[in-house]
Write a protein that binds this ligand. Structure first.
Ligand code: HEM
Length: 254
């Protein structure tokens, strides 16, 4: 009887880049391109939730200072007095920071994997017939949104780059006045509009990609994926750009 001398194949691990060391399952999965795409998608869903609810919460601005300031106070008092003041808010903030770091790390390491897979750049001009403007500008729009978040926190959370109130001081609890004073400076209002338009571009491709990364790909609902992604981006962008525009036009004022 002839014995087979065919080489024994190693088990398939997902991609050629997966290291052989035994690690916890999730770390092992994250070492693969598929795992990084899952991480991008799951953190993307969490960040989508934040931008949508942040925009909806900010609509309180149209009901006046008392409503917006009370809403900010409500967030600090979530589950109070059962839990200490601001504790739930801090848990949510830490979750949000974790999701943002994961999103950025996965994006960066997927870029590195792609570069390693194609160390030589394309010799001729790329044929972009299939790739939309949004998909080609994901890195640029992502970097601008990140820079926007840094400015935004310095502006409305820490007050470092905000114009100060009547008494010469930035008062954290006066959320409505802080927003109005910030947007009364037209270059700042313009920056908020531009950054939010780029956020919209990022979302319209990013939300569509989530379906792709999670394998929710079926000809029966593929047309809906694009519609959902564009609709979601439009709702967030229209809400967000309305705030600096309303202050510039004097519709919202102190
Ligand atoms: C024009 C649109 C926006 C307005 C008017 C706005 C308004 C505000 C205000 C007033 C605060 C401070 C809240 C407080 O101190 O209680 C804040 C915090 C924050 N905003 Fe925005 N925001 C806008 C868009 C965005 C966008 C697009 C993002 C993310 C991409 C974002 C991310 C954040 C984050 C991470 C915080 C800190 C939250 C915290 O400390 O709990 N904002 N925003």
């Amino acid at each position: 009887m002839a014995t087979s001398s065919a080489p024994v194949r190693e088990p398939v691990t997902g991609t050629a880049t997966a290291p052989r060391v035994r690690r916890p399952f999730l770390l092992d999965l994250y070492a693969t391109a598929v795992g990084k795409k899952y991480a991008m998608a799951i953190s993307g869903i969490a960040l989508m939730g934040f931008v949508l609810f942040h925009m909806i919460g900010n609509l309180k601005m149209y009901f006046g200072a008392a409503d917006l300031n009370e809403y900010a106070e409500f967030l600090k008092k979530l589950l109070y007095p059962l839990a200490p003041k601001e504790s739930v808010l801090w848990i949510l903030r830490l979750g949000l920071i974790g999701m943002l770091v994961l999103h950025l790390h996965a994006a960066w390491s997927l870029t590195m994997l792609n570069r390693r897979a194609r160390p030589v750049r394309y010799q001729s001009a790329r044929d972009y017939q299939e790739a939309s403007l949004a998909s080609r500008s994901m890195r640029l729009s992502g970097i601008v949104v990140l820079a926007f978040i840094v400015w935004h926190l310095l502006d409305l959370t820490f007050g470092v780059v905000n114009t100060v109130g009547a008494d010469g001081e930035f008062v954290r609890a006066e959320v409505y006045a802080n927003v109005v004073r910030s947007f009364e400076r037209w270059p700042v209002a313009l920056f908020y509009v531009v950054a939010n338009l780029l956020l919209g571009l990022h979302l319209s491709h990013g939300v569509w990609s989530i379906f792709q990364s999670l394998g929710w790909n079926n000809p029966r609902f593929n047309a809906w994926r694009t519609a959902f992604a564009r609709g979601f981006a439009a709702v967030v962008v229209i809400g967000n750009v309305s705030f600096p525009i309303a202050v510039t036009l004097g519709i919202v004022s102190v």
